[in-house]
Every structure is written in structure tokens, then in C-alpha cells.
Ligand binder design. Structure first.
Ligand SMILES: Cc1ncc(COP(=O)(O)O)c(C=O)c1O
Length: 440
């Protein structure tokens, strides 16, 4: 029977990062969302403990954003930004520049975090070439880093199972060690004390490859997708200092940490460390329309433009870069963040969040708790011979009890929308505790 005769069949959609066979045998469906909640087809409400996928920072279906998208769709459905401008793209870039760290304000639009990572890496390479250093071609990522699924981001990324099926990756890439050190830092509140020296591994890579061959280092200020790794005190500062010392660009992948997640506009503000390039996506439009962006320093932008011997200075861009609907959604998202003081709200709630999370310290199976801003990670002891199984059971148990969490390996990652109420933080904690108590 042709699929068109079975519009509700689950067969045709090849779902991303999903065990397709298991899901389709026992699907969990969502049909609506509002504020802090998702709703199932039978009308059950599910508290969103993960802001979708770290992206719905202002909560779901916010009226201002919905209206802006509707208006934009009726006015200008699409225009290329190759050689043609539309006002919303310039306006949105200017507004973003206004909340980014000073001088990191030349903005290229993409459609996702993965595209932002690859765009940033390409800008870094183009900059080194433009300033007469084409030999600086190496890109340094970090173990357990996640920079999306395209070949550049995958190559600098450090999650083995994401790379395993896809061949040799791009050349000229090396990795710093990750900074998770449970033996010394378990149950740290906020930034862990130990591990600043993990940044010194960059000196070893410089000895190995020579700084004259290294273009850029890319890290997530707080690693999210790998299961919440908070940078040790002083680590990002030291990484910055070493990059400066060796004339290497520093890229912060702020796809998760951007737009208030830590209680400041960007992690760069929160840690007071200035990278050369910042990538973003997800909450840039509150995830209402797909979009990403890369902000480069003026020095990078000016150097590439001035060195160009062709009219087009950077041969890069996407059909839907700066899409009108995405720009309209992004502007309305920034308005919502500002009107509701959501970045400040995240900062104010962070201590309550920290205390709530650390109440799991003596809970069954818990071997570490990590937090910063409105991010939380609870690491479980893997079940002997069956890693990830325990966390998956917790995920299902929470969903059945009306709470959406995220699990990665044996780590539970939490990142509620920044509009979360204290009573909802309590609900997240109570539900998770009852799920933990209910499993072996
Ligand atoms: C730090 C980071 N970079 C890049 C990405 C990829 O973003 P996308 O899934 O929008 O391609 C993610 C997604 O989780 C991320 O967390």
C-alpha cells in the first residue's frame, strides 16, 4: 500500500538521533505546547524540563513571537540575501550586535548550530589566509565536544559514537582533553575547583604541531550535549591566554550557552572571557523558526574584506541565510527576553536551582551532580553490563509522570525554559526523585 494512503504511518519519517525501531514500536507523541508545557494527543501535560532541546528559552508559543512570524510570512515570505537585502536581516544583525560582547559584532546567518560551527571554522581558516598565514590550517576541538553533525563540527567534535560511522573526518584536526574529573570534583556546586591545568594541553599540541600551523581552538564554554561539563575555575581564562600567546583564534560555541542560559546574554559575558568568534542557534529565535548565526570580531571581518582580491570576499552562505521569518522571530524573541528580563531571571533563579539539584546528593544511583546558571546534570552509576539503560528507564518514567528530561549516556541533563517558576523546579526535582526511587 502506498504511504499516501496511510498518512498517520510512522514509517516514512527517519527520525534523528532516535532509536527508530524502538520509538515506532512505542511512540511518544506531542501535539501542542504552551508556556512551560507540552501536551500529548490525549491531553496530558508534560512539564518541559529541557526547553525542548536547550532551545525554547522563553517558553513555548509566546504570543509576540507567534504574531511576528505570522506577520512576516504575509509580508515577505522569502528573499535571498545573496546580493539583495531585506530590512529584517540588517535589523536583527544590529540587535544581536547590541547584546554580544563588544567588538564581536559582524554577524553571518545560518540555519542551525551545525551550520554555525562549520561556518565559524571556515571563517577562521579564511581569516588566517587573508592575513597572510595560510599555513595556519589546523583546527583544535576537545574530547566530548559537540559542534553538530556536519563534517567540520563533527571533526572537531569529540563524541566517538557520533563519528564512528562516517569515515576519516576532515584533516588537520586535533583535540584537547575534556575537563570532566569526577574523582576530584564530584558534587561541585557551580564551577569545579580542580582542572585549570587541562587547558595546558594546548601547549602540548603547540609543541607537537607548531603554532604556525594552528588556526583556531573551538570549545563549548559549558559542554552540554555530552552530559553537562562545567569548566573548572580559571580554565577558560587560561585557554584564552594560551590562544593569545600562540596567535590562535578562540571560538566559543554558544549554541547552548547563548541567550541567557547562564544568567547573562552569553557565556562570554558570564565568564568574562572574550573569544574571537561566537556561534549561536537554538534560542536565537526561541527555536520557533530554524536559525543560527556566527559573530566574528571586527578584526576578522575587516581583514577578510580588505584582503579580498575578488568582489565577493567570502564564498560561503545558505539559500535561507537571514530568512525573513527567522529574523522576525529572532527580533520578537529578543523583545520577549528584554521585556520579561529573562537573562536576569535566570541569574536570580540559579541559586534555587542549584540547591534543588543538589538535593539529589544522597539519591539512589547518583554519582555526580553538576550545575551552572539554569543548567543541571545528574550523572548515574551505569548499570553493570548495560550502560545507558538506567538513564533511559528514568527518561521514560519521568515522561509517564509528566516531565520531559534529556538523557545522554547515563547522564540526565536539565535546562528548563528561563520562565520556569520555583514550584516547577520543585516539581522537576520531585518527579525525578520518584523516578529514581522506582528503578533498580
Ligand atoms: C554546542 C552545540 N553546537 C552545535 C549544535 C548543533 O546544533 P543543531 O542541532 O542546531 O545543528 C548543538 C546542538 O545541540 C550544540 O549543543
Amino acid at each position: 500500500m502506498p504511504d499516501t494512503a496511510r498518512p498517520n504511518s510512522l514509517d516514512a519519517f527517519w527520525m534523528p538521533f532516535t532509536p527508530n525501531r524502538a520509538f515506532k514500536a512505542d511512540p511518544r507523541m506531542i501535539v501542542r505546547a504552551e508556556g512551560m508545557h507540552y501536551f500529548t494527543p490525549d491531553g496530558r501535560s508534560i512539564l518541559d524540563g529541557t526547553a525542548g532541546l536547550w532551545c525554547v528559552a522563553a517558553g513555548h508559543a509566546r504570543p509576540r513571537i507567534v504574531e511576528a512570524i505570522k506577520r512576516a510570512a504575509g509580508e515577505l515570505d522569502y528573499s535571498t540575501t545573496f546580493n539583495l537585502g531585506h530590512p529584517l536581516a540588517f535589523e536583527f544583525a544590529n540587535r544581536l550586535a547590541g547584546i554580544l560582547p563588544d567588538g564581536i559584532d559582524r554577524i553571518a546567518f545560518t540555519n542551525s548550530g551545525s551550520e554555525s560551527a562549520d561556518t565559524a571554522l571556515k571563517i577562521a581558516l579564511a581569516y588566517q589566509k587573508a592575513r597572510g598565514k595560510p599555513g595556519k590550517f589546523r583546527l583544535i576541538g576537545r574530547e566530548r565536544g559537540y559542534h553538530g553533525v556536519n563534517f567540520g563540527g563533527l571533526s572537531v567534535g569529540g563524541i566517538g559514537r557520533n563519528r564512528a560511522a562516517f569515515g576519516p573526518m576532515i584533516g588537520g584536526v586535533d583535540h584537547l582533553p575534556h575537563t570532566l574529573d569526577i574523582s576530584r570534583n564530584a558534587f561541585s556546586r557551580g564551577m569545579p575547583e580542580h582542572g585549570v591545568e587541562y587547558a595546558d594541553a594546548l601547549e602540548r599540541l603547540v609543541l607537537l604541531h607548531d603554532a604556525s600551523s594552528i588556526a583556531a581552538v573551538i570549545v563549548e564554554p559549558v559542554a552540554g550535549s555530552t552530559g553537562v561539563i562545567i569548566p573548572p575555575k580559571g580554565y577558560l581564562e587560561r585557554l584564552r591566554a594560551l590562544c593569545t600567546k600562540h596567535d590562535i583564534l578562540l571560538i566559543f560555541d554558544e549554541v547552548i550557552t547563548g541567550f541567557g542560559r547562564l544568567g547573562a546574554p552569553f557565556a562570554s559575558h558570564f565568564f568574562d572571557v572574550r573569544p574571537d568568534i561566537i556561534t549561536m542557534a537554538k534560542a536565537i529565535t526561541n527555536a520557533s523558526v530554524p536559525m543560527g548565526a556566527v559573530a566574528a570580531s571586527r578584526e576578522i571581518y575587516d581583514t577578510i574584506l580588505e584582503a579580498s582580491d575578488t568582489p565577493i570576499e567570502l564564498f560561503h552562505g545558505y539559500t535561507t541565510s537571514g530568512h525573513p521569518l527567522a529574523c522576525a522571530a529572532g527580533l520578537a524573541t529578543l523583545d520577549t527576553f528584554r521585556e520579561e528580563g529573562l537573562f536576569e531571571r535566570a541569574a536570580t533563579l540559579a541559586p534555587y536551582w542549584e540547591t534543588a539539584l543538589h538535593s539529589f546528593r544522597d539519591a539512589r544511583h547518583v554519582i555526580d551532580i553538576r550545575n551552572l546558571g539554569l543548567i543541571g546534570g545528574v550523572e548515574l552509576e551505569p548499570r553493570s553490563g548495560a550502560p545507558t539503560e538506567r538513564a533511559l528507564e528514568i527518561y521514560r518514567a519521568c515522561f509517564d509522570r509528566g516531565l520531559l528530561i534529556r538523557v545522554t549516556g547515563d547522564i540526565i541533563a536539565l535546562s528548563p525554559p528561563l520562565i520556569v517558576e520555583k514550584s516547577q523546579i520543585d516539581q522537576i526535582v520531585d518527579t525525578l526523585r520518584s523516578a529514581l526511587n522506582g528503578i533498580a
